[in-house]
Design a protein around this ligand. Sequence first.
Ligand code: SF4
Length: 749
Amino acid sequence: MQTTSTPTHCPYCALQCGMNLSPTPEGGVEVTERADFPVNRGALCGKGRTAPEVLSSRVRLTSPLVRSGGTLVPATWDEALDRIAAELTRVRAEHGPDALGVFGGGGLTNEKAYTLGKFARVVLGTSQIDYNGRFCMSSAAAGGIKAFGLDRGLPFPLEDIPKSGCVILVGSNLAETMPPSLRFFNELRENGGTLIVVDPRRTKTAEQADLHLMPRPGTDLALALGLLHLVVAEGRVDEEYVRERTSGWEEARAAAMAHWPEYVERITGVSVPQLRETVRLFCEPESAMVLTARGPEQQSKGTDTVGAWINLCLATGRAGRPLSGYGCLTGQGNGQGGREHGQKADQLPGYRKLDDPVARRHVAEVWGVDPDSLPGPGRSAYELLDALGTDIRSLLLMGSNPVVSAPRAAHIEERLKSLEFLAVCDVVLSETAALADVVLPVTQWAEETGTTTNLEGRVLLRQRAITPPEGVRSDLEVMHELAARLGVEKGFPTDPEEVFEELRRASAGGPADYSGITYRRLAEENGVFWPCPAADDTGAADSTAATGATAPTAATGVTTATDATGDCEDASLDAGAGAGADDPTRDDDPRAGAVHPGTPRLFLERFATPDGRARFVPVTHRPVAEEPDDEYPVLLTTGRVVAQYQSGAQTRRVDELNAAAPGPFVELHPRLAARLGAAEGDPVAVVSRRGRAVAPARITTGIRPDTVFMPFHWPGEGRANTLTNPALDPTSRMPEFKVCAVRVENASS
Ligand code: SF4
C-alpha cells in the first residue's frame, strides 16, 4: 500500500478522467480531485467517484473457480491454469487451432490488448480473435480510414471544442455517458458557438442544444445527405478546399443531389426549415465540427452513415482545418487503444493490417516468429460469438460480458452454453463468467499499472495505487502462465512496462506509432498524443508523414502548426507540448535526439492517404435492416444511463449507483402509452423477432411517438439486447444495435 496519493485515471469510459487515489486508514483507497488533467479538471461523474467500491466489493472474486459436477467450486491457481491449458491443447489437437476462440475488451489496457493478440496468434495459432470494441466504434473507424486513411477518434483535443463556431453532435448523449465533457459544449455556447444535437430522444444533452433534430432512428445517413444537398444548392461548397485537399467530389455530389430536402424530410421526419437552419448554423462560422457516437454508428449502414457526415465536413472545407473537422466520441475506457494493438480480428499492433505482408514481417520480427506462421484475419465479434459451439469449440474471454452486451443476447447465451470449454477472466462473477468452466479472478485498474488511450488519442498512464487482494493475479500473469503451459516459455512478460517497451517497437512505423512514448513521459507530461515516433526511427518518421501529423521542429520539439489557434498558450495545453516534451537532453529514451512532442492535431497539412487528399465516399440512403410492419410496428433504440456503465458488471455492484439506476425501463411517448392503456411504472413488454423483454414504463414527450427506448445495462427479463438485431454493416461488421422493429404490449395483466 502506498502512503501518498497516486495520480491515475478512471476505469470506465473513454474520457479517462484524471483522479488521485489516496490511501484510507482501512487499507483501501478513496478518490480525490486531480485538477491538473485537462480533460476533466477534477470533475468526475458518479461512476468514477465510486469506482473504488468495486475493489473491495463483497462479491469480488478472490479464488479461481472450476466447474465440477455442474457447479463452480474454488480451486488453486495451478488447478485452474492446468485445466485451461489441457482443454485448449485437447481442442486444438481434435479440431485445429481455429477451433480456439479468443474474445477481448475495449476496457483492457494497451498492454493487455497487445499481449492478448500476440497470445492468440503466437501461442494458440488461431485467427479467431476479436473484441467487444467491434460493437462500439468500428463503423466510425472504418469511415475514418476510408476518408482520411486513418482512424483516431478525435483528430483534435477536446479543448478545441469551445473555440469552434458550431458543433453537430450526432447520436451522443454525453451528458449521461461522459458528464464532465459537457463543459466543453457549455463553453462553446458561452463563447457564442452553436450546439446542434441529432437524436430521436430529447436527452439531457439535447436539452442543452441550440437546435435539436429528432430524426427517425436509422435515418442519420439520409439526414446528412439532405444537408449536403442544401450545401450544394445554396452555393456553400468550399470549392478551393475541395479542389486542393480532396478527391472523389463529383460522385459524392451526384449522390447527395438525389436526396432532395423534401424527400429527406419524409424519410427522417426532420423538416425542411430545420434542415436549412442546420446548414446555415454549420456553414456560417469560420470553423465547425461534426462529432458522432453510437447513434449513427451502430447501424447496418454505420460506415456509410459516418461517410455521409464526413462528406458534409469535406464539402464545407472543415476537415483538417483549425478548430474544425470530423471526430468520433469513442465509448469504452480504452476503446481507442484497444483497437490499435492487435486484439481486433484483422489487425496487428500499431494499427497495422494483418493481411499486409510488410506489417506481418515487422511484427513477426519483434515477436521472434516466422511471418508465415501468423494466421490471417478471423471472424468479427458477432460472427465469432455466433460460431461458438460449432466451428469454435472453446473460448478464452477477458474484459467482456456478452450475455448482457451482445446483440440477440439470448441466442449468444445459448452459443456460450454450447461450448466444449469456456474460460473467463473477470473481477466479479459476471453473467458470462457464471457460464464458464473455469473463472480466473484478476486484478483491477487501481491494483495494476498500464496504459490506455482516450478518445482524443492521448496515451495515458494508469498507476497502481493499492495492493491486490490475496488470490488474484493480473491478466498478464494469466497469459504468461498459460503460454508457458502451452510450450512458449518466453515473450509473455508480466511487467506492464516491459510489455509496453515491446509494444513501442511493434508499433514503430505503423499508423498508431507509440515508439517515442515511455512510461516516464506519460507520468511527467499527463499523457502523449499518438503518433509519437521515436526520434531516430526512420519508419516512425514515415508514419508521421503518413498520418498527416505535423512534425516538430528539431530545435524545440514543438510546432506552432499543431496549435490550431495560433495562440502559443494553447499549444502549452497540449499534452504533447507539455513539460519535458521539448527537452532534447532527456535521458529516458536511449534513441532521443529531439523528442517528438506527440500529435494533438492530425491532418492540418495532409491526410493519411497516399496522395495526402481526403476521399469523398459516394453514399446513398437505404432503409434499416428491419422496417416496422403490422406485426412489429414500433422502432426500438437502446442506450445508456448516467449511473451505469456498459453491461453493468461493475457498476451494478455499487450501492449508490444501483440506488440511482436500479433497473431497466421502457421509455415511450404518451400517445403510445395511451394506446396501450399503460400508466407510468406499469410493466410493458417489448417484443422483437428475437425475444421479449419486460420493464416498467417511463412516459415522456421527449421521444418520438414511433419509437421506444431501453437502456441495455441489465440481464434477465429486462435485458434490452434480447431484442436487438445482429444485422451487420458490410464493412465494419457492426451490428445494428440502434434500431429494430418491435411490438409493445401492456404487461400489467
Ligand atoms: Fe469520467 Fe467517464 Fe469515469 Fe465518469 S465514467 S468519471 S465521465 S472517465
